[in-house]
Design a binder for this molecule. Structure first.
Ligand SMILES: Nc1ncnc2c1ncn2[C@@H]1O[C@H](COP(=O)(O)OP(=O)(O)OP(=O)(O)O)[C@@H](O)[C@H]1O
Length: 716
């Protein structure tokens, strides 16, 4: 047989063992008669057909091969990854490896596609220094001298190659070769069958794993739980050291991106671009680029292999999964299907969870908004109720103007006492609105249907007061030509308003006391006592305590009257009501005068606010009435307010005592600040009143030694 050479992909040629190259070549003497060969092949085919596992395959192979030739071992390599790579299907010497090798190694394609069995003399190959793949070279080092390669095909489909490893270099007998050739079909069928059932088994396992994975993650609602369960499952499925899921926003901040500073970016880009999982080695990255700390920590932890897969949902990149293992060989391309399915499930799950989180956040937001709305509605309701109450109050006392805190307090007291029969004592300077309040109390009481009876105790001549209050019988005194019903009797089942009660003479005070105590009266000149049901409201601008102290007013009467005192504040103590009152009276008197006056100039209002109004609301009312009559404009631009009298301002202008100008200035500023309740700036502040910028006033005050305690102290 002539020496044969096979062309290698690198251009060199590989010799196949031939008679001339094999020394001591004794042809294996196996003389098998034709019928024996046929029955051998028949039995082999039958036994191979019955093989169900790799173990049975190996046992059957050995039992038949050893009948044919002397060999050390055999090895079967099969094709994977679309026939681009080959992998050991069986080799007894080394542990079965899952690792695949590219078939294009210059040797494998030749033996795979050869139309016959080839025999390689390794010694010769070694001596001639021909390039062969390491897995062939290794065999020589292990004492193998002859490798017989049998291509395995099912029909025309390449399945793999059977390698027979022999220690001696004896060429195989053509009969053996023929038999081997004939056996190769059964071997190829069996290997393909085992591969198919392995594949089916693998797919079944994948299905089971996917099913259990789906079940495990189906009920998960939070990202945290998903990561926890999924990583645990992934570790168990892929037999890897660690598993991590990064969602997109995290990826770029995460360690993976920093395995090695430059190459990691390519890796990340590769993972995100690739439709299939990407397998890489940390060491390989290290060779290309300096490892980052994280890369080093992986190496220290014994991690080298990484399989990563992007998570895509629709067109959206959701994140990536990374699996870490000690060796990248753990990760196989045949796991790609499982990884892709898991990635698809995870991406969907992650998208759902993230959408849920968004919805939940929106719900929280809606709830918060709702709560806020409810709170606002509640506040609005409260405000409405308050406004309603206020409106009621204002309605009830519709003629009474004033929103100041002092007046609000008065309204509260009025509301509290109105419905009772309690005697009310109204205190306050003249013109503060005591009569108005008395009427308001009556109007708000259950007696409102009857007329309130007013008696001005100061306006009546002394001789007539008693008769006015209690009435008289005909002829009871000179001039009593008719019987007269007194005010108390008139006020039966109603209210009597005793204005200026402090002016009552002592003898009338006694009689009044009796009415208050006994609730009965006697007409002057009459014998009968008359029961009266009268609600008493008294008012005075006098200091009744002082009157009592000075003996002008009976203490017992004072006590009887002072059951429910209400003090009306002077207008200067509630200056914020001044603009309101001014506008109210302006409108009232403009209407009365048939004039169209729509407003009051700011400076007029300011001067009104500053003015102390010793005659209180009555004075203001008269001033507005007068001004309206004098105004021929739409707006009141001028008001002739009286000059502020020294006693009204409280400034000591005793000109007999000459004072330095600075002292007068100090006193005056101090007075104005006090009048403005200590306010310096703002519309009601002292600066405006004095026509100064507030900063100038403050520096003046500082210069004059006016400190807060000077006016605050006094105010208290
Ligand atoms: N808050 C107010 N709102 C509207 N008008 C008011 C108010 N207070 C007082 N007035 C008006 O001021 C005038 C004086 O009020 P009222 O007679 O009630 O005061 P008074 O305190 O009783 O005075 P006096 O002690 O002099 O009798 C009345 O015309 C009244 O309408």
């Amino acid at each position: 047989m002539k020496e044969k050479a096979i062309s290698l992909t690198d251009g060199s040629e590989l010799s196949i063992a031939s008679e001339s190259h094999i020394r001591k070549r004794e042809v294996l003497k196996i003389q098998l008669p034709k019928e024996v060969s046929a029955s051998f092949l028949l039995r082999f085919s039958q036994d191979m057909a019955a093989v169900q596992s790799k173990r049975e395959f190996v046992a059957t192979m050995h039992s038949y091969l050893k009948q044919l030739l002397s060999y050390e071992d055999f090895l079967v390599c099969t094709l994977i990854d679309g026939n681009t790579r080959h992998r050991t299907f069986f080799y007894s010497v080394s542990a079965e490896s899952n690792e695949g090798y590219p078939i294009e190694d210059g040797f494998f394609p030749i033996v795979l596609r050869a139309q016959q069995i080839l025999q390689f003399d390794l010694e010769e190959i070694h001596q001639t220094g021909q390039v062969v793949p390491s897995y062939i070279k290794n065999k020589y080092q292990k004492g193998i001298n002859l490798i017989v390669t049998v291509p395995l095909r099912v029909r025309k489909e390449e399945v793999g190659v059977l390698f027979l490893l022999c220690k001696d270099t004896n060429k195989l007998d053509p009969t053996v070769l023929n038999l081997l050739q004939a056996m190769s079909y059964s071997i190829a069928f069996t290997v393909a069958g085992i591969l198919a059932s392995e594949e089916i088994e693998r797919r079944e396992r994948e299905k089971r794993l996917l099913l259990s994975f789906s079940q495990e993650i189906a009920a998960i609602r939070s990202k945290k739980d998903l990561l926890e369960v999924a990583t645990q499952q992934l570790k168990e499925m892929f037999f890897c050291k660690d598993a991590t899921i990064y969602s997109i926003p995290e990826i770029f901040n995460q360690k993976l991106a920093h395995i090695s500073s430059v190459d990691s970016e390519c890796i990340l880009a590769r993972i995100l671009e690739s439709e299939k999982p990407v397998i890489f080695s940390v060491h390989e990255l290290n060779a290309k680029d300096k490892l980052s700390d994280y890369g080093h920590s992986l190496v220290r932890e014994g991690v080298d292999g990484c399989m990563a897969m992007r998570l895509i949902y629709g067109n959206r990149r959701m994140g990536i999964i990374t699996l870490l293992a000690e060796n990248k060989k753990i990760f196989q391309e045949e796991q790609y299907g499982l990884m892709i399915s898991i990635a698809a499930q995870l991406a969907g799950m992650l998208a759902n969870i993230m959408a849920n989180e968004r919805i939940e956040n929106q719900l929280v937001e809606i709830c918060r908004y709702k709560e806020q709305l409810e709170e606002n509605i509640y506040l609005q309701l409260e405000e409405n109720i308050y406004l309603q109450q206020e409106a009621n109050t204002i309605c009830k006392f519709s003629e009474i103007i004033g929103n100041s805190a002092q007046m609000q307090q008065v309204y509260t007291l009025v509301s509290q006492v109105a419905d009772s029969t309690a005697t009310v004592l109204l205190l306050g300077e003249s013109g503060t609105g005591k009569e108005m309040i008395a009427k308001a109390i009556h109007t708000a009481s259950s007696r409102r249907d009857k007329q309130i009876i007013k008696v001005n105790c100061a306006a009546l001549p002394l001789t007539l007061i008693e008769s006015e209050l209690f009435g008289h019988e005909k002829g009871s005194f000179t001039g009593a030509v008719n019987r007269r019903i007194g005010k108390f009797e008139q006020a039966n089942q109603s209210t009597i308003f005793l204005d200026e009660v402090g002016e009552l003479p002592p003898e009338v005070q006694v009689k009044l006391l009796r009415v208050l105590q006994e609730k009965e009266i006697e007409r002057i000149g009459g014998d009968a006592t008359i029961k009266v049901d009268v609600r008493i409201i008294a008012a005075t601008n006098r200091n009744l305590e002082k009157e009592v102290a000075e003996g002008r007013f009976r203490l017992d009467l004072y006590y009887r009257l002072n059951v429910f005192p209400i003090t009306l504040p002077p207008l200067r103590e509630r200056r914020e009501d001044i603009p309101l009152l001014a506008e109210y009276f302006m409108a009232r008197y403009a209407k009365k005068a048939g004039k169209r006056i729509t407003g009051i100039a700011k400076k007029v209002i300011e001067s009104m606010v500053f003015y102390p109004w010793p005659g209180n609301v009555r004075e203001l009312e008269h001033m507005m009435e007068r001004t309206v009559l004098l105004t021929n404009d739409f707006v009141i631009k001028q008001m002739d307010l009286p000059r502020i009298m020294p006693e009204a301002t409280g400034i000591n202008t005793d000109f007999t005592q000459i004072k330095p100008l600075q002292e007068i200035e100090r006193e005056y500023i101090l007075h104005v600040v006090k009048v403005c309740n200590g306010r310096i700036s703002g519309p009601h502040g002292a600066a405006i009143r004095l026509g100064l910028p507030s900063t100038t006033l403050l520096s003046k005050m500082q210069k004059l030694g006016i400190r807060k305690e000077h006016f605050v102290e006094e105010q208290r």
